[in-house]
Ligand binder design. Structure first.
Ligand code: RUQ
Ligand code: CUA
Length: 664
């Protein structure tokens, strides 16, 4: 075939696949049986049975739902500023979004993984990836605050991340885009991918008690796209599995050029071996630049540090860390069953699901059952690693979760359905339509050793006609199915915030009782705290003015401030003196180029304000905190630059002068 014809036919194949995107399942409709309502009804005042943590996609946030009701409980900002609670706007939280590129107010958040102990969810933390500017975050589930964000050098799009080992020893992060390493000259022609581009996998260690993250080491791998990943567990603990596409190493029009090979790879990584090499000093220190940001719950303040070194192990030189296993065609999901024996690859363009056996992989390595190598990495023979194939399961398999009863459920994007199959005999057991174009799916604990097979939740890319129209863009959605019986039963649709990708769910009891209700004021060590109204003050330092302010139902102290001048930078450090659950105060001032603050009980937050005109400027509490919330307000007087009005401040004492000559 001449190149143009070849190109045209490849394009036609892609067009065919894309046109299948819109095909609706045959039994479209609302095949919801009579008891669905009672199964999802959570009576007013009652709690849901599960927490469901859902990635926010291009919203950069994580949202938290109750299951089975589908009620939205909270939006937790991670990588994106959030005006609703001042995250990324307050002086204390701005450093959380610092990177080697400076302050970045947004990212694209795809995957979440709950911390585990012995392969079970322990409810301490949830980890999140940033896909665009490569980062991994840790959210503390006692406060639902983002506690830590670490940037990843040598990476270009952190998609296969964050996936964790069974004791949360490591968070792994594989780069989506291969790029020239950060310490090499990157000013090279783009079409020198094969020579100059590398794929990097980061192993982030997690300190057992504090959760503190650190890049323990990175693996330099051949230039491909790493897509998804899961850790081995049980017998395969010590290994990681990554799906790879673009093994064609294309640098343009990937939809055609990265869909040529009949098989791409699952990459098996022996991280225990990598640890040995690391200990033996086989790593190379590489100079890089990445930010590490930590939020301290005592100072209620984040700090950001730029780090400059990382240890890299070269998997081409250091044998027996990485192995490639052929996997049909553009694999996406890469999922490991609860026993750790079966590794399920899902080729986006494949018409079957290959299931690999950990034991067979080990034997293949021992026997050197290789089909040559790929860029210096041995390629295990497909048959030597394969346990078997699920035949004709559906179109466009993406992700698989496990029910802990020997079954797997796989999502199918193209045929818009979820399909249940048995891991041992690889027979399809049941299928249920999704509305529409399902991406990820989630069973509570579905990627751990102990799934809870009560529900599966499908996260759909397209909702089309499922909800009232809302202009050109419709909400993405989730759908809840009962999987406790033989037949999967659709129970509920609920819209999600942002585009949902991976999600996690866990029994509410694992998290509920650990929830912090307020911060102890005596433990507050923010340098600008006022631990009582007597400690409030306004301090001028040159053109900077620090207001040490308190909020308690229902007044701000001070609520009258004079002596501010044009050209000043004013910092309102507001301490919420309440010591009770669910009594935040807000703070906003007219004309502030900023979001409000939302200050939790016992916390101090700081809003920066630069007045731009002379006059009287109102400020107030934004959160309806009491019957007299509307009274929770005050004024700042701004005078011209050269004015000699002295700083003064008060609450309740700046009263009108009594005029003795006035008539009674
Ligand atoms: S992805 S819809 Cu970004 Cu996890 Cu598969
Ligand atoms: Cu405090 Cu409203």
């Amino acid at each position: 075939m001449n190149p143009i014809k070849k190109y045209a036919s490849a394009l036609a194949a892609v067009a065919l696949i894309s046109s299948m995107n819109s095909c609706k399942p045959k039994n479209v409709g609302s095949a919801v049986s009579g008891d669905a309502a009672s199964k999802t009804y959570v009576a007013p005042g009652k709690y849901d049975e599960f927490y469901n943590f859902v990635s926010g996609g291009f919203s950069g946030q994580m949202s938290v739902y109750g299951i089975p009701s589908g009620r939205l409980l909270k939006v937790v900002p991670i990588f994106t500023v959030n005006p609703e609670n001042g995250y990324g706007y307050s002086e204390e939280t701005k450093p959380m979004l610092n990177t080697s590129h400076g302050f970045i107010p947004w990212d694209d958040q795809h995957h979440l993984d709950l911390s585990q102990t012995n392969g079970e969810i322990d409810g301490r933390w949830i980890f999140a990836n940033a896909n665009n500017t490569p980062r991994v975050a840790r959210v503390d589930l006692s406060t639902f605050h983002t506690s830590e964000i670490i940037e990843l050098p040598n990476s270009g799009g952190n998609h296969s991340s964050p996936f964790i080992t069974e004791n949360t020893e490591y968070i792994v992060a594989g780069t989506r885009f291969s790029v020239p390493p950060d310490d090499k000259n990157g000013d090279v022609p783009i079409n020198t991918y094969k020579q100059n581009f590398k794929g990097t996998i980061s192993f982030i260690s997690v300190e057992k008690n504090s959760g503190a993250m650190d890049i323990a080491f990175q693996l330099q791998c051949p230039g491909v796209n790493f897509d998804l990943s899961h850790a081995g567990k049980g017998k395969s603990h010590g290994w990681f599995f990554f799906s790879c596409y673009n093994t064609e190493q294309a640098n343009t029009l990937l939809e055609v050029n990265a869909s040529k090979r009949d098989k791409d790879f699952i990459m098996a990584v022996n991280w225990k071996k990598a640890e040995e090499y690391l200990k033996a000093g086989k790593g190379r220190k590489q100079s890089v630049k990445y930010a590490h940001n930590v939020y301290d719950e005592k100072t209620h303040t984040a700090t950001s540090e730029i780090r400059t070194e990382v240890i890299v192990l070269d998997t081409k030189e250091l044998k027996d860390i990485c192995y490639f296993i052929p996997c049909p065609k553009s694999p996406h999901g890469c999922d490991v069953d609860p026993t750790g024996e079966y590794i399920v690859g899902s080729g986006k363009l494949a018409a079957l699901i290959p299931v690999f056996s950990f034991d067979k992989i080990q034997k293949a390595i021992a026997d050197k059952a290789y089909d040559g190598d790929y860029d210096g990495i041995p390629v295990i023979k497909y048959e030597a690693a394969l346990y078997g194939e699920v035949k004709k399961p559906g179109l466009g398999p993406l992700h698989t979760e496990f029910d802990g009863k020997g079954n797997a459920i796989t999502s199918f994007f193209v045929s818009s359905e979820i399909v249940k199959w048995n891991i041992k005999d690889l027979k399809v057991l049941d299928r249920a339509p999704t509305f529409y174009s399902v991406g990820h799916l989630c069973i509570p604990g579905g990627d751990t050793k102990k799934p809870n097979a009560k529900y599966v939740i499908a996260y759909n890319k397209i909702t089309k006609d499922r909800y009232l129209p809302t202009g050109p863009e419709l909400a993405q959605s989730a759908q809840l199915y009962d999987i406790s019986g033989d037949k999967m039963q659709l129970l509920l649709d609920f819209p999600t915030i942002g585009e949902p990708h991976y999600a996690q769910a866990v029994e509410a009891s694992v998290i509920r009782d650990r929830s912090v209700k307020f911060f102890k004021i005596e433990e507050n060590s923010n340098p600008y705290v006022a631990k009582g109204e007597g400690a409030t003050k306004v301090v001028r330092e040159g053109s900077k003015v620090h207001v040490y302010m308190t909020a308690i139902r229902s007044h701000l102290t001070p609520d009258n401030i004079e002596g501010i001048k044009l050209g000043d930078e004013v910092y309102f450090h507001v301490t919420n003196l309440e010591q009770d659950w669910d009594v935040p105060h807000g703070f906003a001032i007219k004309g502030a180029a900023n979001a409000e603050l939302l200050i939790m009980p016992g916390e101090t937050s700081t809003l920066k304000w630069v007045p731009d005109r002379v006059g009287i400027v109102p400020m107030y509490c934004t959160d309806f905190c009491s019957a007299l919330h509307q009274e929770m307000q005050g004024y700042v007087r701004v005078s011209p630059a050269g004015s000699n009005i002295p700083i003064s401040f008060s609450t309740g004492t700046n009263l009108p002068k009594t005029d003795s000559t006035a008539k009674k």
